[in-house]
Design a protein. Sequence first.
Length: 327
Amino acid sequence: MAYGIYAGLIHAQSMRDEEAGVRPISEANTRERCERLAEAREKLLATPEDEWARGIVAKASQRPDLFTLPQKAASNSSRPAKEAYEAFASIYDDFNYRNDYEMWFGVLLPELEKRGLKKGRLLDVGCGTGRAFEPMLRRGWQIQGSDISTAMLVEAERKFGDAVALDAADAAELPVYGEFELVWALNDVVNYLTGDGDLERALRGMRVNLAADGMVLFDSNSLGLFESDFTGGNSEGMSVGEWTWRGLSDAAVAGAIHEAEVSGAGVETHVHRARHYTPEEIREAMAAAGLGYVVALGQTEEDGQVVLVDPPDEQRDHKIVYIGRAA
Ligand SMILES: C[S@@+](CC[C@H](N)C(=O)[O-])C[C@H]1O[C@@H](n2cnc3c(N)ncnc32)[C@H](O)[C@@H]1O
């Protein structure tokens, strides 16, 4: 019975697809559509009135499934992050209670605004439990969140219900959700992209979702942070109450993958695998993804306040914040 209904739905969808002149989903023709979409986005940046390009972009935002490549063969590289966050979700908000997003955005948003950010739609890649949502909803943004971990998304949905659109997706295979004035990946998301090429794939997906004058922002952990939090056993700075964060790697190595273990009450013991990216690797990935490099700022804390410093320093700063826009 259930199968009959399901088959009926598929049939109805393919009838609609036929009427709309789209071919059924297959890897070859999806790849072709993605290429056409990339071409259309390029064209729209140069000639916003181009009808052909507008049509393709509009269709892509109505039917993201048709313009999203199927799982990449090497998607195993995303599995450790998914597994870690399926476990970590149960304590994520309590573990990170010290992170004050309102304070953080009080320094991040002015950096974007002075470089031309316009208020509108936000795509939050690796949104997790939605720590960024409340401050951005309060500022009048419309939000699409996306994350690889369904447990994190369930928590976000419990807190925000219909106020935010949510979708489960790998950042390295991001669907086309629409056109966004701001696309960001906050708080180490890019460090969880450990496979070769995953960073470039994710940045390309972020770029494809940009409105013509949209901006991209993401942060990446510094080598100094990998040294303090991913090496040398228990990290006092990261452990919280009854939960222990334990660095498992021998040394912090530029460009390498590092590991840390989380354990304690109410959480299944699990391992975080995170890759350090050198500023040069990030610049190259941005360029390859068609993103113009606007600025990199070092993020540190002084007297409990978040401070952004130009130029960044891999030892002094905890994170480096990168800002880009469509090249
Ligand atoms: C440290 S959390 C940050 C969550 C949220 N941005 C915040 O600021 O609280 C990292 C997030 O990245 C997500 N993540 C890791 N790898 C991912 C991938 N390949 N695709 C999408 N999300 C990913 C995790 O599931 C997790 O929610």
